[in-house]
Design a protein around this ligand. Structure first.
Ligand code: M6R
Length: 611
């Protein structure tokens, strides 16, 4: 949470910082600010609320900032101190001689603040970050270089952070460090960059350096130097990021969410490419793990990633007959987890930064489990913590509500299930290939779904006009899909929504049902179809307006429901894909109807880097 960006180079600093912040705004949008090195001073410009407020202030300066060559910027998700101008970053120390931007939490800030106050330092904010600015400034005033000062201060900090600082004493230089929060360096010609995530800098560069925990990096227009905690230089290879700059633009769509929903066919195609051939054979040799030794699987993730994990459990248990536990990452680490070296721990995280998921990995390490990361973000923290990585190739996901990353995660878990089944011989080879060929149809079927749902979803939105809550029901794989549908709706429309196993509904949630509680029922096929229909009927009998997700020609669904959102005929393995898409669109249109910002829902941020 929070996004930081830094630039050292030419007279385009403000433009680069603002563009970088715009692409990091998904990380937090409570306030934003810049600290700019000007002749012999640091200018701090901050505004409460979304970045556009800061942009307006900067525009009003009529080009007065166009000569600035070095600076840092920040977009905030408030942890300590309410969103206000005083609490907005950057924070200044030493009477404005040092400025700091920070992502993370300084857990021992209260004692550090007390200590500084005893020395007569006056604070101007309620944030944990300000202690860093003062501590660094004290050391710089005592004659230390900015880098040495930062290194000294880091020794005193507890918590997680990515921090970047500038000082009036060192024009043209930025120093930065991180511990458990992300930070990358972008490499340019005659200019260099810093950011919390690569997507902030894709317009500028595709070549990046990772900064590891505890390291300090110093950048100027012509140099990038990495140092370890002892101050010794570290050699670091750069890496290329193959995302296009256009991938982080709206490209004609009204919102990122709508764009990302429509990008799902392409995301699935890219994710399956090279891993599933035309005959339906799966090749996951890229992970370099011996899957034949796996006796148990644990899947950890948060939010949407957890729901993808629930679908992964269905696939792995069904095809590979390996017991799978799915755990909410924030609970897992405190649950004294059980496992051994034959346990495969699959950690799912779109951002690759989620602190709870990283902590769950560490817990798995303690019992010797093998960790496979499923992430969308090359070079992210999780890729460096895991034994092996399977990238979802969904491209950058900007909207806080996850859509294309979710279906790509499900595709990767299906591939894993088929690979495990192949190694264990739990499904006859011919049948396994048939399922693989079915999975290859995912992009086309999702495309077909997008076409089929069309305007129908907007009719469904009317049923939510007077809703006070809503219930999403499904059985089997439709249950995690229902949970994900409810999460999508509640996070962007603020309508309380529950995703529940359809059969379990009458053990409690049915008490919610009346005409103001629309029910979304995923009818599905096979064994559970009739039972789900009956469960949906039970809600109709209690006054609910039911939206059914069903095949177009499903007469029983049509009879029972107020409205059918049609899904195409599809092989069983594709049911979660074709059912998820209409629910994403439903959430999107309900939120739009309520006039809400779907990309930046209140209180949320895209990557959750606090516990
Ligand atoms: O980046 P991650 O996949 O680790 O993020 C996990 C959750 O924070 C995320 O899925 C969250 O639930 C989304 N806002 C859901 O749309």
């Amino acid at each position: 949470m929070c996004g930081i960006v830094g630039y050292a180079g030419r007279e385009r600093c403000v433009e680069v910082l603002m563009d970088g912040l715009e692409h990091l705004e998904y990380r937090g949008y409570d306030s934003a600010g810049l600290a700019l090195q000007r002749e012999g001073r640091i200018e701090q410009i901050r505004e409460v609320g979304e970045l556009r407020n800061l942009a307006r202030t900067i525009a009003a300066r009529n080009g007065d900032l166009s000569r600035v060559q070095t600076g840092v910027g920040h977009t905030r998700w408030a942890t300590h101190g309410r969103p206000s101008e005083e609490n907005a970053h950057p924070h200044l120390g030493g009477d404005g001689s040092v400025a700091v931007v920070h992502n993370g939490i300084i857990e021992n800030f209260a004692e550090l603040r007390e200590e500084l106050e005893e020395r007569g330092v006056a604070f101007s904010s309620e944030t944990d970050t300000e202690v860093m600015a003062h501590l660094i400034a004290e050391r710089v005033q005592a004659g230390e270089t900015l880098r040495v000062a930062l290194a000294g201060v880091l020794q005193r900090l507890e918590g997680s952070f990515a921090v970047a600082a500038v000082s009036v004493e060192e024009p043209g230089t930025i120093v930065a460090a991180r511990h458990q929060s992300p930070l990358v360096v972008g490499l340019g010609e005659g200019e260099n960059f810093l950011a919390s995530a690569v997507q902030a800098l894709l317009k500028e560069t595709h070549e990046f350096l990772v900064v590891e925990n505890g390291e300090i990096v110093e950048i100027t227009d012509s140099s990038v130097e990495v140092f370890d905690a002892a101050g010794d230089p570290v050699e670091r290879e750069s890496f290329e990021v193959d995302w296009d700059a256009e991938a982080v633009e709206l490209g004609g769509y009204e919102d990122y969410m709508l764009k990302e929903i429509h990008e799902q066919p392409a995301a699935l195609r890219a994710t399956l490419l090279g891993r599933l051939d035309a005959e339906g054979a799966v090749d996951l040799s890229e992970i370099g793990l011996d899957l034949s030794e796996i006796e148990r699987v644990v899947i950890v993730g948060c939010g949407t990633a957890y729901h993808a994990g629930l679908l992964g459990k269905h696939a792995i248990e069904r095809f590979a007959r390996i017991p799978v536990e799915v755990a909410i990452a924030s609970e897992y680490r405190y649950a004294d987890p059980i496992g051994d070296e034959n346990t495969l721990v699959v950690a799912i995280s779109q951002s690759g930064e989620t602190t709870d998921t990283l902590a769950a990995i560490q817990a798995a390490r303690e019992f010797g489990g093998k960790v496979l990361a499923v992430t969308n973000t090359q070079g992210s923290l999780i890729t460096r913590e895991a034994d092996a990585v399977l990238l979802t190739k969904a491209g950058p996901e900007i909207c806080v509500a996850s859509t294309k990353a979710f279906t790509a995660q499900v595709a990767v878990l299906d591939l894993l299930a088929l690979a495990l089944a192949g190694v264990r011989g739990t499904v006859a080879e011919g049948e396994l290939r048939g399922i693989g060929r079915d999975l290859r149809l995912a992009p086309e079927k999702v495309e077909e779904t997008l076409g089929l749902v069309g305007d129908r979803v907007e009719e469904a939105v009317e049923l939510f006009d007077d809703a006070r809550c809503s219930l999403f029901l499904g059985r089997g794989t439709a249950c995690p899909v229902a949970m994900e549908g409810a999460l999508k709706l509640k996070e962007i429309s603020y309508l309380p929504s529950e995703g529940y196993p359809a059969g379990e509904m009458k053990h409690g949630p049915i008490a919610l049902v009346d005409e103001y509680c629309p029910v979304v029922a995923i009818i599905g096929d096979g064994l559970v179809r009739e039972k789900t229909l009956s469960n949906a009927e039970e809600t109709v009998a209690r006054g609910a307006n039911v939206v059914a997700l069903a095949r177009e020609g499903d007469r029983a669904a049509r009879r029972m429901a107020r409205l059918v959102l049609p899904v195409p005929e599809a092989p069983e393995i594709l049911a979660p894909f074709v059912c998820s898409v209409p629910l994403q669109l439903l959430a999107y249109h309900v939120a739009k109807e309520r006039g809400l910002d779907v990309d930046k829902p209140r209180n949320l941020a895209k990557s959750v880097t606090v516990e």
